[in-house]
Ligand binder design. Structure first.
Ligand SMILES: Cc1cc2nc3c(=O)[nH]c(=O)nc-3n(C[C@H](O)[C@H](O)[C@H](O)COP(=O)(O)OP(=O)(O)OC[C@H]3O[C@@H](n4cnc5c(N)ncnc54)[C@H](O)[C@@H]3O)c2cc1C
Length: 233
């Protein structure tokens, strides 16, 4: 466990030989056995969606490929233990040798090395991606990062970046997911050319997009806003 709120799962196997991460904040799809079973059944693409041979939907979710191991074909994925989800529950209980599969990676974020500054914002699900961005944004570029957490124990040590300021915002019991990020984005002083990267609960991102794209009219190329999960779905 990385924290009581985040489990690090290492997926390993010869099939991962040659798996490379060229960009931060990329994605992989993680497949786990259907609830109540231990066998991993690979789904088939129907042309519309992935389905198991019996017609059920597989448990297939998207995560950030956090780190590729250099000494063996293995990949770390850091999973929020939010208790409501099948993958989250699995991640909290998985034992060495349990079967799982990954597909990917999907495209990540291209860091502009000439950017004057970065503003990063995300909730717990975005912590792995923000960690990678802190590792890979050049040391001299100033970064402000705001991370919304549902519980104080979600806080963890992030990679050091000499020009980064990281603020942790604990969500109030009566606040909806993403509310603290919406406030942080609205209040942010974003100088010209600042690159903005935001990820979190999809509903709250509507307000964030509106602030960045309409109210501030930032250039599209400077703004990346990604829905990582959807409340109630
Ligand atoms: C590009 C990308 C990268 C991502 N990277 C990561 C990552 O590195 N680590 C990570 O943990 N997640 C990451 N996510 C988010 C992750 O895919 C979702 O949180 C996913 O729904 C978790 O699957 P589950 O089976 O646990 O829950 P689901 O079965 O999908 O959902 C069940 C219920 O739980 C709720 N729920 C889902 N996620 C959360 C949450 N985080 N907090 C509270 N309630 C939730 C849903 O609204 C639903 O009601 C990423 C998503 C994307 C698109």
């Amino acid at each position: 466990m990385l924290t009581p709120r985040m489990a690090r799962v290492t997926v390993a196997g010869p099939e991962l030989k040659g798996f490379e991460l060229t960009e931060p904040a990329a994605s992989v799809r993680l497949l786990i056995p259907t609830s109540g079973t231990t066998e991993l059944v690979i789904p088939e693409w129907t042309g519309n969606e992935f389905l198991l041979p019996n017609g059920d939907r597989p448990i297939l979710r998207t995560f950030t490929p956090r780190r590729v191991h250099s000494d063996r074909p293995a990949l770390d994925v850091d999973i929020v233990l939010h208790t409501d989800g099948a993958t989250s529950r699995w991640a909290g209980e998985a034992q060495p040798g349990d079967p799982a599969a990954v597909a990917g990676p999907g495209r990540g974020y291209r860091i502009d090395p000439g950017a004057p500054a970065f503003f990063l914002a995300g909730d717990e699900t975005a912590i792995p991606a923000i960690g990678q961005l802190l590792e890979q944004i050049p040391a001299e570029i100033p970064i402000r990062a705001v991370i919304e957490i549902a519980h104080p124990e979600a806080r963890l040590d992030l990679p050091e970046h000499p020009s980064a300021q990281v603020v942790w915002r604990e969500r109030g019991a009566d606040e909806s997911p993403g509310a603290a990020l919406v406030d942080a984005v609205r209040a942010a002083d974003l100088g010209p050319g600042t690159k903005v990267w935001v990820a979190g609960e999809a509903g709250s991102l509507f307000h964030i997009r509106r602030n960045l794209m309409e109210e501030r009219a930032l250039p599209r190329a400077d703004v990346t806003v990604r829905g990582y999960w959807k409340h109630g779905r």
